[in-house]
Design a protein around this ligand. Structure first.
Ligand code: ZN
Length: 433
């Protein structure tokens, strides 16, 4: 249990260092660099060696890391784990400061993805993201990551005395009810530029050089291990940084095999994946094809290698809620700390079929890891993930799975300590095949 607890704490640290997709990629990059992976760039020729370890990023918010296999690519194919770097949150709009009651400064925000809005109320919030700064070449402005590591925002609730019906459920309007409070109007601050001034100070740049930004809110408080015997992980962004972390750690534990091991973490899953750095883009297929090109292979070998490939689409799964068990399928009922969950859907909103299910079940068995299954109640729609979207670009065998959690898309989700070790062990077994 000590090892599992330490590993769960590593996950909490990883998530804390990754408040946005940009920071998640940066955190992964640092770890890869530290472990001998070499960065290759999209605009350069890739000179790759068999057995070599590499990574490439897209838009600073998606990343693909791989260990080039020692076998023939067309015979051994790719073993891919896919996950996503983004999580539901709020995005800060342009010219965001809005004065209220002549005294308060609020930030104008837009909802990103599908957060459970009320979980964001009364929480100390931070701001992080990417700033785009003027450079000498107009086509290539400079980008800088920023994370104001202070709780500078909060979205206050309305008192129960002003809405006696509040506990019967409340509709929150994202333009009216969820704008975070930043500060009191203050003559010492430059009107209209409160946030950017703070960011310029943080980054030590001139505020006039900041042209635009991709800034998001995040829960300031760090995640923690909870439960009477330390069995649970309470943290924001477990979806899907828990899978990014598990995939990364598994990749770092293995050496080159016959086939090429790939970890890909896309951005923008929470808003439908239709971006150049999302799952509904050519990013993954381009990376795979360029790996073949680097080895002097052509399209024929590319298609042959795909036929020999397998993908684990890793995104979190719903455990049965202890208070609301009726929301689940009557038979298949995943429980926290009982192992990874294979996700199955008749609509194929998950890619799993009996063939890919069998592959992953056998991997878990070989790794000594228990495995569970999830299907939606037949009268509930459920969610989807990167698996089916990725399959429309790369027609390879694929299973959808994930760690079971409760409160998915809450500002603070709940996972199991043991599950993180289980899932990572199954990924390591997969990469070792
Ligand atoms: Zn997800």
């Amino acid at each position: 249990m000590i090892e599992e607890l330490e590993f769960a704490q590593e996950l909490i640290d990883f998530i804390y260092e990754s408040p946005t997709a940009f920071h998640a990629v940066d955190t992964v990059k640092k770890r890869l660099h530290h472990c001998g992976f070499i960065e290759v760039r999209e605009d350069e020729t890739w000179n790759l060696k068999k057995g070599g370890k590499y990574f490439v990023t897209k838009n600073d918010s998606a990343i693909a890391a791989f260990i080039l296999g020692i076998g023939n690519l067309e015979e051994s194919g790719f073993k891919i784990i896919g996950a996503h770097t983004d999580s539901p949150t709020f995005r800060i709009k342009p010219a965001p400061e809005m004065i209220s009651e002549g005294n308060y400064i609020r930030l104008n925000t837009e909802v990103y993805g599908g957060p459970i809005l009320n979980t964001w109320l009364d929480r100390p919030l931070g701001v992080a993201g990417r700033i785009t700064v003027r450079s000498e070449n107009i086509l290539y402005p400079e980008t800088k990551l920023v994370n104001i590591k202070r709780p500078i925002l909060i979205i206050p609730n309305l008192a129960i005395h002003m809405n006696r019906e509040i506990n019967k459920g409340i509709e929150l309007n994202p333009q009216r009810d969820t704008l975070p409070l930043l500060a009191h109007v203050n003559e010492r601050l430059e009107a209209g530029n409160y946030l950017l001034n703070e960011i310029a100070k943080e980054l030590k740049v001139d505020v006039s050089s900041i042209i635009d930004f991709d800034l998001y809110l995040y829960e300031y408080e760090k995640g923690s291990i909870i439960g009477l015997t330390n069995e649970f992980i309470s943290s924001g962004r477990l979806d899907d940084l828990a899978m990014v972390h598990a995939g990364l750690e598994a990749l770092l534990r293995v050496t080159a095999t016959q086939s090429t091991n790939v970890l890909i973490a896309f951005d923008n899953e929470e808003i439908g994946s239709r971006t150049k750095q999302g799952g509904d883009s050519p990013f993954l297929s381009t990376v795979l094809e360029r790996i073949l090109i680097s080895q002097g292979k052509g399209r024929e070998e590319f298609f042959r290698s795909l036929a020999k490939s397998f993908m684990i689409s890793a995104d979190l799964a719903h455990a049965v809620h202890p208070n609301m068990g009726e929301k689940h399928d009557p038979v298949n009922r995943p429980i926290l700390n009982k192992g990874p969950v294979i996700k199955i859907s008749a609509k194929q909103s998950y890619t799993t079929d009996s063939n890919s299910d069998a592959v992953y079940e056998e991997i878990c068995k070989k790794a000594g890891v228990p495995v569970q299954k999830f299907v939606n109640r037949s009268d509930l729609a459920g969610g989807s993930t990167i698996g089916p979207i990725s399959s429309t670009h790369l027609a390879i065998r694929s299973v959808d799975m994930g760690t079971p959690i409760l409160a998915m898309h809450s500002v603070r989700e709940l996972g199991g300590v043991l599950d993180h070790t289980y899932v990572t062990a199954s990924f390591e077994e997969f990469y070792k095949l």
